[in-house]
Design a protein around this ligand. Structure first.
Ligand SMILES: NC(=O)c1ccc[n+]([C@@H]2O[C@H](COP(=O)([O-])OP(=O)(O)OC[C@H]3O[C@@H](n4cnc5c(N)ncnc54)[C@H](OP(=O)(O)O)[C@@H]3O)[C@@H](O)[C@H]2O)c1
Length: 303
């Protein structure tokens, strides 16, 4: 881990500075995908509740929000703008490009230079910004995760938009280690956003490699996403610590490596508070070893 980019403050997991940038965030952030309607499509049932979640996050000190204009589509960004614009100083909004949502609600690739450029302008308009702090190129990959294949053309488009001043910094999402390296040969990569949690540890080696370079690793589905994490070990540890299983899952991620930034998603103020409080949990080496056993057991069952 490069020194100097993480502080030891315990509030919201301490702070992290994206490499080569002036953007510093609390390690405990917020993922806005759950603010759209069912299936991440259309408006939420209760738009006021969505606004309340965002305002509560900011009031609690969160300054890293993950979003995309394809959540809704457009809906999530419009709610963020309604709730928080003009944005507080220091708020870092990270968005992603690479998909579109036709009227049937499906997720389709949108990776041509024209689609990626339009995607940047959609984000700027719906968020009410003149430049985007960080944009992830989100590769569509295979059903269950990333798939090898060149991403040079798409990253070049983002690098060009960065030169034009519409994007400040670039990340990649749903990618393999080879694709991260491919992107780094084109432009500076400040973060990688992949599917990772207590039970899904495919990126263990990549996390160490990014940590050595000071690059943020931002796990999506930190709580299991559409299939919330469930494990008797997790529940037993949570009982013992007087915490909830979701809090323990988030605390484990904060302990996993100092370059991990969390963006748990929720549409509920109560869950938001619970999730942010997870940063106060300290896990002993024995408890961490016990929790590490969850992934080992998952792998054993699969084989
Ligand atoms: N790059 C990518 O491809 C990609 C893919 C997916 C997501 N993301 C990003 O990653 C963020 C996090 O992922 P996610 O929201 O899909 O999944 P997640 O954070 O793993 O889990 C969210 C789910 O957990 C529930 N939940 C949250 N806190 C809870 C708590 N304390 N107790 C019980 N249930 C709780 C939420 O329901 P409630 O609303 O009821 O709390 C929701 O159903 C997203 O918001 C999005 O910004 C990126």
């Amino acid at each position: 881990m490069k020194t100097g980019n993480t502080t030891n403050e315990t509030k919201l997991g301490g702070r992290f500075t994206f490499p080569g940038t002036s953007l510093t965030v609390q390690r405990m952030g917020y993922g806005a995908m759950q603010l759209a309607g069912p299936g991440v499509y259309g408006p939420p049932k209760d738009p006021d509740a969505a606004v309340a979640v965002l305002r509560e996050a900011i009031a609690a000190g969160v300054n890293h929000i993950d979003t995309s204009d394809f959540y809704g589509p457009h809906v999530t960004n419009q709610i963020i703008k309604k709730a928080l614009h003009p944005y507080p100083a220091g708020l870092v909004i990270v968005t992603k490009l690479g998909a579109r949502r036709p009227a049937d609600g499906s997720w389709q690739r949108a990776i041509s230079p024209q689609e990626l450029t339009e995607g940047v302008h959609d984000n700027l308009r719906n968020l009410g910004l003149e430049a985007l702090d960080i944009v992830n190129y989100r590769a569509m990959g295979a059903v269950h995760g990333p798939a090898e294949g060149s991403i040079t053309r798409e990253v070049n488009v983002l690098a060009d938009l960065k030169r034009k001043g519409l994007i400040r910094h670039i990340g990649v999402s749903n990618v393999t280690a080879a694709q991260v390296a491919e992107a780094q040969a084109i432009t500076d990569i400040v973060c990688v956003q992949n599917n990772y949690n207590l039970a899904n540890r495919h990126d263990d080696v990549l996390i160490e490699d990014l940590a050595r370079q000071g690059i943020a690793y931002v796990p999506f589905f930190p709580l299991g996403g559409f299939t919330p994490l469930q494990s008797s070990t997790l529940s037993a540890v949570a009982d013992r610590l007087g915490a909830t299983p979701m809090q323990v899952a988030l605390a484990w991620l904060l302990h996993r490596s100092p370059n991990l930034l969390l963006i748990p998603g929720t549409s509920s103020v109560a869950h938001l508070r619970e999730n942010l409080a997870a940063a106060e949990l300290t896990l002993s080496p024995e408890t961490l070893a016990e929790l590490d056993g969850i992934a080992a057991a998952t792998v054993a069952v699969k084989h």
